[in-house]
Each structure stands twice: as structure tokens, then as C-alpha cells.
Design a binder for this molecule. Structure first.
Ligand code: AQP
Length: 345
């Protein structure tokens, strides 16, 4: 199979816990929007990075179910499985991901990985078991992107540094060995492509100074896609705000309120400007919370109705086609790298 010539948009979501609204808005919605609206112009790869799933400790007996749940979420969120330009796969079913990671590892400096702030954050949280896998995972992420020649990678703001690293390592090997990799677009260009000014960071509702995160304990601060509409409503109504008593968008001084404005805009499909015009300057926070809580409850009801109707058989069929195609496509890139570094004739 020849390389497909369409630019590739790619993203993945770990199956290590229930997905939350930050995962949905930061990574899933942008790629699914592209898959639905601009089908034909791009190749769209949405995958489950199952090898990434246990960089932090998990219940391994639940991994298979979590992988299938992620795939069902992709479909409920609108991924068009019948589009031949859309590919859905599990990372560990494409062994080239692991092989390229090893090769890239040997061209990556310890210092580079040491600078990754996400590692520092996560290692700080799970002191007891910080694995080499967690330290190394940006390299696996780079392999995920480079093997499929992806130009656009919708991810949340927390992954920006890893994307920069992917560009660096791709350029490093291209400079040394010739044009092996498509270098993903610079981050600002990516934001523009997905219609944003900057990377998205949805914040924890209880601790708005932090990002909403799957592995946080503060379950009251996280809206899971599997929360009942009633649970989500309650969480939003009890979201932490501030005592300034005036609605304004300023993530520095009013992170809680800014988070609610951002969520309302994204969930209702309105622009942030529009939502700001409606709420800024108001002295009560209740109406903003109620509007978001109602909109979120409606969104979750609709999403979960769709999730209940997802047909697993169509997912399994798609996986078997995509995994075969992606093994061929990724295998070609891996072979060119193996030749460049002297592993193959
Ligand atoms: N709060 C967030 N706001 C916007 N985007 C976010 N993402 C994660 N949190 C937010 C994006 O979702 C994708 C999922 O990546 P992942 O499954 O590899 O998980 P992660 O990056 O480790 O983040 P999580 O889901 O919150 O898990 P933990 O608890 O491990 O930190 C990525 O594109 C990410 O940017």
C-alpha cells in the first residue's frame, strides 16, 4: 500500500479511566468535527493508546473493557465509522509503535525528558510507583504521531510540550538521515487549524487552579462522560468560584468563573465572546452556573442515549480493517527508519 497523500489528523485517548469532559473537548471533539465536516480532504486517525494506559498504575483486569468503552465513546461522539478516510485502531495492535519508540529513545536526551512538566506533575502524585514508562511516554507519543505522518494532532494544552518534542525529534532525525518523517505543524498553526487561539485546559470544578484530570481523586470536580445528568448538574452548581462577585473572563484571577464560561461556550456550541457578552459584569454567579448545569445535563443525556445504542460489532469490523491498513502504512515508515539507522539493507 502506498502512503496516502492526504494530510493526516491524529489523536488518541488513554483507556485508563472514564473519559471526562476535558478529554472530550480538548481532543475528541476537534478530530470528530474534522472527520464529519471535512471528510475527503484528510485522513483521520483516532486510536486507543493502550500501551500508554498503564504508565500509571491501573486495574489490568479491567483494561479490555476500558478499551472497548473508549471506542464506544468515539462512536457516540459522532465518529463516522463508515468513512474510508477514518481509521480506528488500538496502538498495541501496530507493533511498529513500540519498535520506533526504541529507536527514538536512542536519539533522545535524558535532559529533554527530565524537562517534561507532565512527568513531574504525575510523578509527584504517584510517588510510590513512578515507572520508566511514565518517564518515557512522550517518546512513545512521538512514535504514535510520526509513524502515521500526522500533520495535525488535536490535544489539550497539557500536551503542548510533548508535541514540541515530537517536532524536535522528527527534525533531528530528518537532518541527520534525510526526510524520514512528516514534521507535525507548529503548535500555533495547529490551534488555527482547529479554530482556536490557544490550547484548551478545562479546569477541575473544585480546584480550578488545576486541570480536570482522570487520575485526580477529586471526583466532585470532574464531569465524566458517564455521569448521570443529575450528578453533573450538582457538580456544576457546587463548583468553586471566588468572592469577587463579578463575572469576568480572567483565568489568572477568576479561574473558576473563566472555566464555567469556557465550558458553557463549548458545550452549547457558542463563541466565548457571545457567552462573555451575556454574562460579564453580572454580580451573581448563580445564573451562569444554572445555564451551564442545564446545558451540560442535556448534553450528557443526549450523549448517553447515543452511547447506549452503539453497535460493538461495527467497531470490531472497523478495527480489523483499520489495523491491517495501519500496520502496512506504519510498517513503511518504520522500514525507512530501520534502513536509515542501519538495521536493514
Ligand atoms: N483538562 C483538560 N482540558 C483539555 N484537554 C484535556 N486533556 C486531558 N485533560 C484535559 C486532553 O485529553 C487527551 C487525553 O489524553 P490521555 O488520555 O492521554 O490523558 P492525559 O493527557 O494523561 O490527561 P487526563 O485525561 O486528565 O489523564 P491524567 O489523569 O492521566 O492526567 C489529551 O489530548 C489531553 O491533552
Amino acid at each position: 500500500m502506498k502512503h496516502m497523500n492526504k494530510p493526516v489528523i491524529l489523536t488518541g485517548l488513554r483507556a485508563n479511566n472514564n473519559l471526562h469532559i476535558g478529554n472530550y473537548l480538548g481532543a475528541l471533539l476537534p478530530i470528530i468535527d474534522m472527520a464529519r465536516k471535512r471528510a475527503g480532504e484528510y485522513q483521520v486517525n483516532l486510536f486507543v493508546p493502550d500501551l500508554h494506559s498503564f504508565t500509571t498504575p491501573i486495574d489490568h483486569s479491567a483494561l479490555q473493557a476500558a478499551i472497548m468503552q473508549n471506542l464506544r465513546v468515539f462512536v457516540a461522539a459522532g465518529l463516522p465509522l463508515d468513512n474510508p478516510d477514518v481509521h480506528v485502531y488500538r496502538q498495541s495492535y501496530i507493533p511498529s509503535h513500540s519498535e520506533l519508540t526504541w529507536i527514538l529513545d536512542c536519539f533522545t536526551g535524558m535532559g529533554e525528558m527530565n524537562r517534561m512538566t507532565q512527568f513531574k506533575d504525575k510523578a509527584g502524585k504517584s510517588q510510590e510507583q513512578v515507572s520508566v514508562g511514565l518517564f518515557n511516554y512522550p517518546v512513545l507519543m512521538a512514535a504514535d504521531i510520526l509513524l502515521h505522518r500526522a500533520s495535525y494532532v488535536p490535544v489539550g494544552e497539557d500536551q503542548t510540550q510533548h508535541l514540541e518534542f515530537t517536532r524536535d525529534i522528527a527534525e533531528r532525525l530528518n537532518n541527520r538521515f534525510g526526510e524520514l518523517f512528516v514534521v507535525p505543524k507548529p503548535v500555533q498553526e495547529q490551534h488555527k487549524f482547529f479554530g482556536k487561539d490557544q490550547g484548551l485546559r478545562i479546569r477541575d470544578l473544585q480546584e480550578p487552579s488545576k486541570k480536570m484530570s482522570k487520575s485526580e481523586d477529586s471526583r466532585r470536580g470532574i464531569i465524566y462522560l458517564t455521569d448521570t445528568p443529575g450528578q453533573a448538574h450538582k457538580k456544576i452548581m457546587s463548583a468553586e468560584t471566588d468572592s469577587l462577585g463579578k463575572v469576568a473572563y480572567d483565568a489568572g484571577t477568576q479561574p473558576g468563573i473563566s472555566n464555567l464560561l469556557t465550558l458553557l461556550a463549548l458545550i452549547s456550541g457558542r463563541t466565548l465572546d457571545d457567552v462573555q457578552n451575556e454574562y460579564e459584569g453580572r454580580t451573581q454567579y448563580g445564573p451562569l452556573k444554572t445555564a451551564l448545569a442545564d446545558t451540560m445535563a442535556e448534553f450528557l443525556q443526549d450523549f448517553q442515549d447515543k452511547l447506549a445504542k452503539v453497535d460493538e460489532k461495527s467497531i470490531l469490523n472497523k478495527l480489523s480493517v483499520s489495523e491491517k491498513q495501519m500496520n502496512e502504512q506504519a510498517g513503511q515508515v518504520l522500514l525507512s527508519v530501520q534502513k536509515a539507522v542501519g538495521l536493514r539493507e
